[in-house]
Design a protein around this ligand. Structure first.
Ligand code: 5RP
Length: 224
């Protein structure tokens, strides 16, 4: 199986964890896209009744186009289960997210969820985080100064661009990626980044996930 087939495999596996009546957080990304497709099939074919809370405008749009009811986070009082992708997951279940520039909404939905499941192909499982550049969502106002500060700290930052244009998040903020290669102490780095004015949120998801479904050549593996 190639990477896309592994993504589809875990996307399809994940919807087995969804039960009627649940409020379900819908993550963002190419793996989650398969999950939302499979969820749409269950809604259509089995009459499964759930409410989705999306972590991005594109996931909301996809879900609605498949007949899945979508509500805003502020219009629900809880989320039973969120299923999301990840860019890297370390041996101790810490993650980097935000490759799709959605990590701010993803983190807000995740911390308001009773349970979080991540779905990934096996290439995302790593010993140490950091090979994948760590995304930060930053306020555009003063962002060059934030970049400079991060540079002086040796974090190797770069604005995420689309040609000459800044990539914009759904909240209309910019993204800075930290090309660090290796993150020795994710908790310490998270604390440092939380203290920088102008950084809205970073893509380190520490102690967030409950289960990971990994797509392997011999089938999906559920890790607790
Ligand atoms: C978006 C994310 C995604 O979950 C992450 O980038 C994984 O994406 P994909 O499934 O396309 O590899 O964090 O902000």
């Amino acid at each position: 199986m190639d990477q896309n087939q592994l993504k589809e495999l875990v996307g399809r596996e994940a919807v087995k964890f969804i039960e009627g009546g649940m409020i379900v957080g819908l993550g963002t990304g190419s793996t989650v896209k398969y999950m939302i497709d499979a969820l749409g099939e269950r809604v259509k074919n089995e009459g499964l009744s759930i409410v989705g809370v999306a972590t991005s405008d594109r996931s909301a749009k996809q879900a609605e186009s498949l007949g899945i009811e979508v509500k805003q986070l502020d219009d629900v009082d809880h989320i039973d289960l969120t299923i999301d992708g990840a860019d890297e997951i370390s041996d101790d279940f810490q993650g980097i997210k935000g490759g799709g520039a959605a990590h701010l909404w993803e983190k807000i939905v995740a911390i308001n969820s009773t349970k979080n499941i991540w779905i990934v192909d096996e290439s995302k499982m790593v010993h140490t985080l950091g090979k994948f550049p760590l995304p930060l969502e930053v306020i555009p106002f003063g962002s060059t100064h934030v970049l400079e500060k991060l540079d002086k700290m040796g974090l190797n930052p770069a604005f995420r661009m689309n040609g000459d244009e800044h990539v914009l998040t759904d909240s209309k903020n910019y993204v800075i990626d930290l090309h660090m290669g290796k993150i020795e102490n994710p908790a310490k780095l998270a604390e440092t980044l939380n203290g920088i004015v102008g950084v809205v949120e970073h893509g380190l998801f520490l102690n967030v996930v409950n289960e990971v479904i990994v797509g392997r050549q011999d089938g999906p593996e559920v890790l607790h």
